[in-house]
Every structure is written in structure tokens, then in C-alpha cells.
Design a protein around this ligand. Structure first.
Ligand code: ZN
Ligand code: ZN
Length: 217
């Protein structure tokens, strides 16, 4: 499995193109402002897009979905139901930041904890990780040793919990049980900023070390 990163927009959001090379199948995770660049890459490599997978429904992670659907009209859109309400309120989310944004095509499929999403010969495990948003999930590839973690954890930081539906204790619990429980070598691809690893954050993340530093969970 190959993971390509495209960054763009006011929030520097990372759009991920996840490719299953042997079968030329791909999924887009959190298509934001950089979605057009990811779509060009799909075309250049002659890939088929199987799905849009969303870690959560914040504006910056979903604002490119309309552009993706314009190129791939039938592609399914997967979201955890606990973020559905927020997804349907994209214009109101934008207004909170003094921005304007149109609604996006509605989700077509529901993600749930424990699900294994397969495309080509590749798979992503769905893990429920609320706290930054009520319906946040991460996508883990145990075979590749990689995880797409949205806004749960970043290099040296964690997701904000002051937005509607956010909760600090819930987020910390999600990080402890779903992220820090992964092997140290697992590469984390966050919604903003550079990739990191579980091991790096376990011993170096200032938000986590006071709680979990150096201890295997
Ligand atoms: Zn977010
Ligand atoms: Zn974000």
C-alpha cells in the first residue's frame, strides 16, 4: 500500500491518496482543498477510485468532495454516523471561521468501529476515535504499519477539543486505546503537518508524555 500526501487550503489540510499498487485501485482519505491535485495523480497513474473515506466531517477534511464527485460521480462516501449532522452543516461550520462554503454531496455509507475496508488486495481497519469530533475514526493498515489518524494526534501535538462535540478526556482515551496501542514503528499520517510514528509520539509528544510517557499501554 502506498500513501501519497497532498496539502492545501487555509488550514493546510492533508488529502491522502492511498493506492493498492498491484491492483491499481485507490481510495481518497479526507479530500480537502488539495483534492484536485490528488485527482490529477489518479489520472496520471491510471488508478480506479473505489471510495472516499472520511476520518471526520470538519470543513477542511471534506471541502474537496464535490470536486471528486464531479470526476467520479458514483464513488461512495463513507463517514461515521456520529459526524453526519456536522457534515450536513458545512456552511455553518465555515461561518464559524468567517468563511463561506457550499454543502457537499451527502455520505452514502456508514463507517463503524471494527470494520475492515478492502480495496484491491489492500485493507484498512476502522477504529472509532471520538474526542476531536463525535464521530472521528482512524484507518489502520496493520500489514503496512501505517495509520491515517485525521485530527486525533499530530507530530508533537493533539487535536483540539474546543469545537462543537469535542471532549478532551474522550480524545485522550481514544489516543491511549487506539493509537498508542499500535506498534511503535507504525507510521502516523495526520490531517495536518508531517508524518510521525507511534514510538516518536509516545516518548516525545508533550501532550502525551505526562500521561503515558515511556509506558507501553
Ligand atoms: Zn478536525
Ligand atoms: Zn483538520
Amino acid at each position: 500500500m502506498k500513501i501519497h500526501t497532498f496539502t492545501g487550503g487555509d488550514f493546510g489540510e492533508n488529502t491522502y491518496l492511498v493506492v493498492c499498487p498491484d491492483t491499481a485501485r485507490a481510495v481518497l482519505v479526507d479530500p480537502g482543498a488539495a483534492a484536485p491535485a490528488a485527482l490529477r495523480r489518479l489520472d496520471e497513474e491510471g488508478l480506479r477510485l473505489d471510495a472516499i473515506l472520511l476520518t471526520h466531517a470538519h470543513l477542511d477534511h471534506v471541502e474537496g468532495i464535490g470536486a471528486v464527485r464531479a470526476a467520479w460521480p458514483e464513488v461512495p462516501i463513507w463517514l461515521h454516523p456520529a459526524d453526519y449532522e456536522m457534515y450536513m452543516a458545512i456552511p455553518q461550520q465555515a461561518a464559524m471561521f468567517g468563511l463561506e462554503a457550499p454543502p457537499q454531496p451527502p455520505p452514502t455509507h456508514e463507517l463503524e468501529h471494527g470494520q475492515r475496508f478492502t480495496f484491491g488486495g489492500c485493507a484498512l481497519d476502522v477504529r472509532f476515535t471520538p474526542g476531536h469530533s463525535p464521530g472521528h475514526v482512524i484507518f489502520v493498515s496493520p500489514e503496512t504499519g501505517a495509520a491515517l489518524v485525521g485530527d486525533v494526534v499530530f507530530m508533537g501535538s493533539i487535536g483540539r477539543t474546543d469545537l462543537p462535540g469535542g471532549n478532551f478526556q474522550t480524545l485522550m482515551n481514544s489516543i491511549r486505546t487506539q493509537v498508542l496501542a499500535l506498534p511503535d514503528a507504525t507510521v502516523l499520517h495526520p490531517g495536518h503537518g508531517p508524518a510521525t510514528t507511534v514510538g516518536h509520539e509516545r516518548v516525545g509528544n508533550p501532550f502525551l508524555v505526562p500521561h503515558y510517557g515511556g509506558e507501553l499501554v
